[in-house]
Write a protein that binds this ligand. Structure first.
Ligand code: ADP
Ligand code: MG
Length: 261
């Protein structure tokens, strides 16, 4: 299958005064078009750094980052901006909606930046997305009139509205209760299937990651492994005791396939 993201031997260092923080070390990964991937790892493991490199909001210290066939090293700032606007949708932990705009206007915003569609086309595109994420009755509301789960639905619609090839979601469920969080991941999965959009989301929540087709485990800036989590139901049934015993990842018996990458 065609790869929509390829990272080859990527390193990312942050220089803080005299010390250098090595946030990513020798990271290589490929994401196939249409995949639904979780980047899983504890706080500080490099999840945000990795998503920022894929999202072209930061650049690698060394190594290759290829997004939708574009080697980002070769692109100028203007071309990186275009790539972000047309190829990538972002979903954030804190939703990042514009508080003075309505739900409709928030979702319309990326289309206004793109300047490709007429007002009528934008309206029908926005309303179609609001229907798909189940929030069409709140089109005129402001974000602060919505619950966290509803706000994240709006953010999902906003990320999808330009029909990007890739959606990046950095801990999209971290500010939601666990039930709402799972509903949001299920909605992302549904959109992944309907729209054929590739989703890459980060999480340190085991229940959330178990909804992914592929889990990439990261620790201390290195990818440890990539595997398919298998049946979700069996993970929900893990007792608290056995869950903590296998804290680093879902039950190994549920794995369908495991490969080093
Ligand atoms: P995660 O998202 O998994 O919590 P991050 O990617 O945010 O991890 O961070 C990985 C490492 O890089 C951490 O040690 C963090 O302190 C460091 N780091 C992240 N961003 C910066 C930055 N802008 N400047 C310096 N160090 C950073
Ligand atoms: Mg982070």
């Amino acid at each position: 299958m065609e790869n929509v993201v390829s990272l080859v031997n990527v390193n990312k260092n942050y220089v803080l005064g005299k010390t250098t923080v090595s946030a990513l070390q020798n990271v290589s990964l490929s994401v196939a078009r249409g995949d639904f991937i979780s980047i899983a790892g504890p706080s500080g493991s490099g999840k945000t750094t990795l998503l920022n490199l894929i999202g072209c909001v930061d650049i690698a210290t060394s190594g290759q980052v290829i997004i939708n066939g574009n080697d980002t090293h070769d692109l100028k700032d203007r071309q990186l901006t275009d790539l972000r606007l047309n190829t990538i949708g972002f979903i954030f932990q804190s939703f990042n909606l514009v508080s003075v705009l309505s739900v409709f206007q928030n979702v319309e915003f990326p289309l206004l930046l793109q300047q490709k569609l007429s007002a009528e086309e934008r309206k029908s595109r926005v309303m179609e997305l609001l229907r798909k994420v189940g929030i069409e009755n709140h089109a005129k509301h402001r974000p602060n009139e919505l619950s966290g789960g509803q706000r994240q639905r709006v953010a999902i619609a906003r990320a999808l509205v330009t029909r990007p090839a890739i959606i990046l979601a950095d801990e999209p469920t971290a500010n939601l209760d666990s039930k709402t969080g799972e509903t949001i991941i299920d909605l992302m999965k549904e959109m992944n299937q309907i729209e054929k959009t590739t989703f890459i989301f980060s999480t340190h929540d085991q229940r959330v990651m178990s909804h992914a087709d592929t889990i990439i485990n990261i620790a201390d800036g290195r990818i440890l492994e990539s595997y398919k989590p298998g049946k979700i139901k069996s993970i929900k049934n893990i007792s608290p005791k056995s869950k903590s015993a296998k804290k680093s990842r879902p039950q190994s018996s549920t794995k369908l396939a495991k490969k080093k990458i």
